[in-house]
Design a protein around this ligand. Structure first.
Ligand SMILES: [Zn+2]
Length: 389
């Protein structure tokens, strides 16, 4: 028989271990610039395959089996003997503590990692975001998540529901605040020449100007269309790739921004995920305060991880379709090949593989590099045909 205490400890370990291992793995590894090379794709692929199998076993197969096991125990537990294990409030207090600990440790690790990287590669010096805006960015989200987790540390269902909903509202509000703090940031970098002129050209070619165009100091090589319609490019991306490649990415993001997709994606994700999160409530109603209560934390934790696969797959499908659409739009203004080479560099820099395998093909929000490059090459050929015609 599997002990409830062991199962709870497994959940807490995952909550602490996952963000920390992600930070440790996501260190930049490509050395850009003259005479420097990409890491070996084959090595990246092999590492990814190993990680994938680990994730599949630990975060898909095992939770599903454990959810079924603890669900069975929960429903068949005799009403007169109390199960041996922590009750709901104790477990969720521990979960909240584990969550805060994981966030603090991963933030410290990330800052140290970035500082070490910049020492070796000073061209990335302006990509280190100061500590204050970093803290300001995570505190509201931490509080809202904390509200959701802490909501479960009471024995009263009305209090649980109220705090849970408050946490959800908090997440929405804090995302808005985050966007506001980014768009009004005093740390924004200037689009200096020749990048400024090149980007102005793209805006003209594309025939659309976003609410705001932001160059933000960040070590993550990426670009985003924010929910308010602004387009953001990180300084690490600008340092890593050529100005034409930045132009390709900006064209892709302009397509997201023009079609209001920052907001759309956020709404679709929430609408898909929320019903699955609310599935917990009937179990709380049935078992809170009963002799079987100690089975609830492991059952709910493993069951949530298992069922969230469904909204993840639906959202992934929706998001990947939009990604292809934005890539095609970038190709329509002649930037298909620039975008393809930019994506290749980003993928290598982050140590990601060229192809997804297994479940990743269905749950990831972006198509694999190989798929995107193939589609971009095709779209670029069509662009050339149109030019000639
Ligand atoms: Zn995109």
């Amino acid at each position: 028989m599997l002990d409830i205490w062991i199962a709870d400890a497994l959940v807490l370990t995952a909550v602490v271990g996952m963000p920390i291992s992600t930070i440790l793995r996501m260190r930049p590894r490509l050395l850009p610039g003259e005479g420097l090379t990409f890491p070996d794709w084959q090595i990246a692929e092999e590492k990814y395959r190993r990680r994938y199998i680990f994730r599949l076993v630990c975060f898909r197969i095992l939770p599903a089996i454990l959810a079924i096991y603890f669900g069975y125990r929960l429903f068949t537990w005799p009403p007169d003997v109390r199960a041996d294990g922590p009750d709901i409030p104790t477990f969720y207090r521990a979960l909240f503590a584990a969550f805060v600990f994981a966030m603090v440790v991963s933030s410290v690790l990330r800052i140290r990692q970035e500082r070490a990287f910049v020492k070796e590669h000073p061209q990335f010096a302006d990509s280190v975001l100061p500590v204050r805006p970093r803290v300001m960015a995570i505190v509201p989200i931490l509080l809202s998540f904390g509200c959701i987790i802490a909501s479960m540390s009471f024995h009263d269902l009305t209090l649980v529901t109220t705090l849970f909903l408050l946490g959800l509202v908090g997440i929405i509000v804090s995302r808005k605040l985050q966007v506001r703090s980014i768009t009004r940031s005093r740390h924004e970098l200037s689009w200096d020449e020749p990048l400024g002129a090149r980007i102005a050209e793209v805006l003209q070619q594309f025939g659309y100007t976003p609410k705001k165009l932001i160059l933000m100091p960040s070590m993550v090589t990426n670009a985003y269309a924010l929910v308010d319609g602004s387009v953001l490019v990180t300084s690490a991306l600008r340092t890593l790739v050529s100005k034409d490649e930045v132009a390709g990415v900006v064209a892709h993001e302009l397509s997201h921004s023009r079609d209001g997709e920052g907001k759309k994606l956020q709404r679709v994700r929430l609408a898909l995920t929320l019903p699955f999160l609310l599935l917990q409530i009937p179990f709380l109603v049935l078992f809170l305060g009963t002799s079987a209560e100690p089975f609830l934390p492991p059952f709910l934790s493993f069951a949530i991880v298992s069922v969230l696969l469904i909204p993840a797959m639906l959202f992934g499908r929706y998001s990947r379709r939009l990604e292809f659409k934005c890539d095609r739009d970038a190709a329509k203004v002649g930037l298909g090949l620039s975008l393809a080479s930019c994506l290749t560099k980003i993928t290598a820099f982050m140590g990601n593989p060229r192809r997804w395998i297994g479940l990743d093909k269905y749950i990831l929000t972006h198509p694999s590099l190989d798929e995107r490059v193939a589609a971009l090459e095709k779209a670029h050929a069509m662009f050339l045909q149109r030019q000639e015609g």
